[in-house]
Every structure is written in structure tokens, then in C-alpha cells.
Design a binder for this molecule. Structure first.
Ligand code: PGA
Length: 255
């Protein structure tokens, strides 16, 4: 079973449309589209999700995705994004429950689950983010947290079968934006645990096919050894994805 490899860049609240245009022009010099089952995706600020930038990104085989989506199709939800609109705009990817949404914007396991159902309903590819905080790791609760969070992903995909890519990103909160990467052993251990959890609640071929990405201070130095781990199927990159030369170099590690 070969799982899809996914290299994803999370720009967070960085890079304006003009900066994004320069970025895609720069990266197209080194990164070209390839025929492959794998994916390169960038999650820019929502107002960069336009035709011009989508076309510019496609010159490097990069797809664009949204950093969030609401669980309803439309309505009085100021500041939220509609999955139905993303679909209509041919934006195929969405991030769900990034730890910054969980920590800074009151995202819960329940809202993560509802957003996942909506992504599946709209036929969007999604990356469901989870991971423990430093306090949870230090209290020896890492696996308990991963079990609970993984269960919400599993509940959604059990309830509504995905027709597009359903993937997970393990991002230990203490490694995000801190320069502290989990060791490859810590990352592989968590990924292995998450996959076994999936196997225990879902059918095992689905669990085997689910790509699990690692995120948290990924850079050009540590990307290769992370990708070499058996259960690490891709990377979700924040800071380093803002530099076209770094995102290009990391993307070239997969075909
Ligand atoms: P980082 O961010 O690579 O800057 O640690 C990762 C993320 O938040 O997805």
C-alpha cells in the first residue's frame, strides 16, 4: 500500500496577494509540476484564493487550500469561510482545527468534527490537525490526547464516507513556531500510535491509506529524516514555507 505523500505549506496570516505573486513567480524557477499521486499544497490567507494566484501556483504543481471552513453552507457567520463557496471556486483543500484555531479561537474537538463532516460533504480534501501541548506531554498525557482527538476524525469519516483525501497532521503544539522539532523517534512514535488508533476504530485498509503529516518547526535540515519514517507521509510547514527556496527544496524530496 503506497500512501499519498503531501507537502503542505501553512502561510497563516502572512504574505499579501502581491507578495504571493512574487513568491509563485520565484518558486516556479525551481519547482515544476510532476505527474504523481502526491500533492503539494499551500494554504494562504483566504483572499489569496483567486484565479490569478491559483494559476501562478499551478506552474509549480502547487494547489491552494483554505485555512478553515464553517460547518454550514452559508448564513450569519461573520468571519467564517463556506466550504460550498470553496468548492465552487475549485479550491480543493482545507485545513481543519489547526492548533492555533484550537488555542486562540476556541476550536474544540466537537467543532473540528463538524467542520470535518462539512469538508466531506463538499468533497474537499482535508488535513485534520491534532497534537498535544507541552503541559500534556509533560504530564504523560500525549497518547490520551491523541486518542481523544483521533476519535473525532474517525467519528466523522465513519459517519460520512470521504470521497476525497482525508488526512491528518500530527503537530505537537510545543514544536509549532518554536524552533523545537520533535525528534524523528518522537514523531514516528506518535504517528504509529495514531495509525493504530485509526485501525482500531476504522477498517484497516482505510487506516493504512490515511496520510499522516508531521508539522512543527519543519525546515530544510530536518525534512528528509522525518519523511524517511515509516508512518510519516508528509509535512505541514509553517515558517519555512514562507521562503520559496525552502518550500521548493522540501517539495523536491517527494516526487
Ligand atoms: P511551523 O508551523 O513550521 O512554523 O512550526 C507549523 C504549523 O503551524 O503548521
Amino acid at each position: 500500500m503506497t500512501r499519498k505523500k503531501i507537502i503542505a505549506g501553512n502561510w497563516k496570516m502572512n504574505l499579501s496577494p502581491a507578495e504571493a505573486k512574487t513568491y509563485f513567480s520565484d518558486i516556479s524557477k525551481t519547482l515544476k509540476p510532476v505527474r504523481s499521486q502526491n500533492h503539494r499544497v499551500i494554504f494562504p490567507i483566504a483572499y489569496c484564493l483567486n484565479e490569478e494566484l491559483k494559476n501562478a501556483a499551478s506552474l509549480s504543481g502547487i494547489e491552494l487550500g483554505a485555512q478553515n471552513l464553517h460547518w454550514e453552507d452559508k448564513g450569519a457567520f461573520t468571519g467564517e469561510l463556506s466550504g460550498a463557496h470553496l468548492k465552487a471556486m475549485a479550491i480543493q483543500w482545507v485545513l481543519i482545527a489547526h492548533s492555533e484555531r484550537r488555542q486562540l479561537f476556541s476550536e474544540t474537538d466537537e467543532t473540528a468534527y463538524k467542520r470535518t463532516l462539512q469538508a466531506i460533504k463538499q468533497g474537499l480534501n482535508f488535513i485534520f490537525c491534532l497534537g498535544e501541548t507541552l503541559a500534556e506531554r509533560e504530564a504523560g498525557k500525549t497518547f490520551e490526547v491523541l486518542k481523544r482527538q483521533t476519535a473525532f476524525f474517525a467519528k466523522a469519516v465513519k459517519e460520512q464516507k470521504p470521497t476525497a483525501i482525508a488526512s491528518i497532521a500530527y503537530e505537537p503544539v510545543w514544536a509549532i513556531g518554536t524552533g523545537k522539532t520533535a525528534t524523528v523517534e518522537q514523531a514516528e512514535e506518535a504517528h504509529h500510535y495514531i495509525r493504530n488508533e485509526l485501525k482500531s476504530v476504522l477498517d484497516s485498509s482505510f487506516a493504512d491509506q490515511t496520510s499522516i503529516l508531521y508539522g512543527g518547526s519543519v525546515n530544510t535540515q530536518n525534512a528528509k529524516s522525518l519523511l524517511e519514517q515509516k508512518n510519516i507521509d508528509g509535512l505541514l510547514i509553517g515558517g519555512a514555507s514562507l521562503k520559496p527556496q525552502d518550500f521548493s527544496a522540501i517539495s523536491l524530496l517527494i516526487s
